[in-house]
Write a protein that binds this ligand. Structure first.
Ligand code: SF4
Ligand code: SF4
Length: 443
């Protein structure tokens, strides 16, 4: 059954290059870079010092803050630097650099926790926290915090397999190649929440994935359903997904738990299942590598901390000097200028586009066509957000609900004036946060 949300667009999905390609394993490189901030919340503090030997799966950084997730060593080796390094978000972030000894010597504490049935909900939640799992769909919000904040409120878990961003097929491949991990993760989450209602939501254009996961479903009566959703961007955005699946609208500023729902990406669910059944924390993730400047597009299983240049090299390198490189999809991804930056927990795709494909048009004047307003799934007025950001009118950005923008990029996609609407929204949020902080300090 198809359900709908407000607005949205229909970009070309451009997934043909990788949708049929099995996930390949990328061996870890000689040096891995682990930024201390790979999640929403407080950055971690190193638990290791220069010259320390580390083991695969060992905690190398942690934080006592309530919103944070520990970081583990993805290889065994030696700490060769703790210093600022380039991060995919464009800044320099304090990072731990590990020289890989190539032996993958496992930390002695890494072992299966036991059967899911034998563990209490609190013990399972502890595993999610200790494994450093964050939202792997791109949000990077610590999963244990999301679960704990929803205890007693959530009556339905939705596993998000929509993957509506063009080019990206990592979740699609996971649903095809490891459906039992996704399903296992959902069952663990349902046990933690103490509920018997779970949904795996997949866009209708992934028919093979829908059939595959349906074949893996347990007996009837366990409360798990698979929903086929309309193909429309941003179907996979949290609030839009809840609207489509549960027909509930999350109020502005509220969390999904406010309407009794918690949403987790399929890779997050799989990581939770692996953590419980093998004891392995979050050390790797699937990354789609694609785009017109890439020689041989692939889906790769990559250790976190692997430099982007190593990942691109594993696809045969660039067929030409790219005009643009993105971490993430073309709608929400972040432009990259330093390919020594590593794959972090939230990196679901690396895309490189040829110069001729990059739209180098200069910003033009808004022609007031209103299309951006029609497609905005959050019912915002992007043209006004753009104008007030340019004028530094943070009071008006507040009034026009800038904070509700989910940075989906639908407005920029549809805009005939080719205005940099998403960039303007991101800059506006920084200005708004600065203004709020200044107001708090009484400046
Ligand atoms: S204003 Fe924000 S939420 Fe609305 S379409 Fe643009 S990026 Fe998406
Ligand atoms: S879509 Fe672009 S040109 Fe049209 S009103 Fe919005 S900002 Fe202006």
């Amino acid at each position: 059954m198809f359900s709908f949300f407000h607005g949205g667009v229909h970009p070309d999905d451009s997934k043909a290059n990788t949708r049929h390609k099995q996930v390949e394993y990328l061996p870890p490189p000689e040096f891995l870079i682990l930024p201390l901030s790979m999640h929403i919340g407080a950055p971690c503090e190193p638990c290791v010092t220069l010259g320390d030997d580390v083991l695969l799966g060992q905690v190398i950084a942690n934080s006592g803050a309530p919103v944070a997730a520990p970081i583990h060593s993805p290889v065994s080796g030696r700490v060769t630097a703790i210093e600022p390094r380039s991060h995919p978000n464009g800044s320099r972030v304090m990072s731990i650099v590990i020289q890989n000894d190539g032996l993958d010597k496992l930390h002695p504490e890494i072992a299966p926790y036991g059967s899911v049935e034998s563990l209490t909900p609190e013990e399972l939640l502890g595993v999610v926290r200790d494994a450093g799992i964050v939202g792997l769909g791109g949000a990077a919000f610590p999963a244990h915090v999301k679960v704990r904040s929803g205890l007693g409120k959530v009556t339905r878990v939705i596993i998000n397999g929509c993957e509506c961003e063009p080019y990206i097929t990592s979740d699609h491949r996971l649903l095809l190649e490891s459906p039992e991990e996704v399903l296992g993760g959902l069952k663990i989450l349902m046990k933690i929440f103490g509920i018997n209602k779970g949904t795996i939501a997949i866009e209708a254009n992934k028919r093979d994935a829908i059939e595959n996961i349906r074949r893996t479903l347990p007996r009837r009566g366990e409360g798990i359903e698979v929903r086929s959703l309309a193909v429309r961007y941003p179907q996979g955005a949290e609030k839009q997904l809840i609207q489509a699946v549960a027909d509930r609208e999350v109020p502005p500023g509220a969390l999904p738990a406010a309407v009794g729902v918690a949403v987790f990406n399929v890779d997050t669910a799989a990581a939770i299942h692996r953590a419980v059944t093998t004891g392995m924390p979050l050390l790797r993730r699937i990354v789609t590598v694609s785009g017109s400047a890439v020689s041989n597009a692939k889906n790769l299983s990559v250790r976190i901390g692997t430099p982007m240049e190593t990942v691109f090299a594993a696809t045969g390198g660039f067929r030409e000097t790219p005009g643009k490189v993105l971490a993430g999809g073309p709608m929400m991804g972040i432009a990259q200028f330093d390919l020594t930056a590593p794959v972090v927990k939230s990196t679901n795709a690396l895309l490189a586009f040829s110069q001729r494909e990059v739209n180098a048009s200069r910003e033009q004047t808004c022609i007031r066509c209103g299309k951006c307003v029609q497609v905005c799934p959050m019912k915002l007025e992007p043209t006004y957000l753009y104008m007030y950001e340019r004028k530094n009118r943070t009071d008006m950005l507040e009034k026009y609900h800038l904070s509700d923008c989910i940075e989906c990029g639908s407005c920029a996609y549809i805009c005939p004036g080719r205005l940099h609407l998403v960039h303007s929204v991101r800059t506006g949020k920084q200005k708004l946060n600065a203004a709020r902080a200044a107001a708090k300090e009484g400046k």
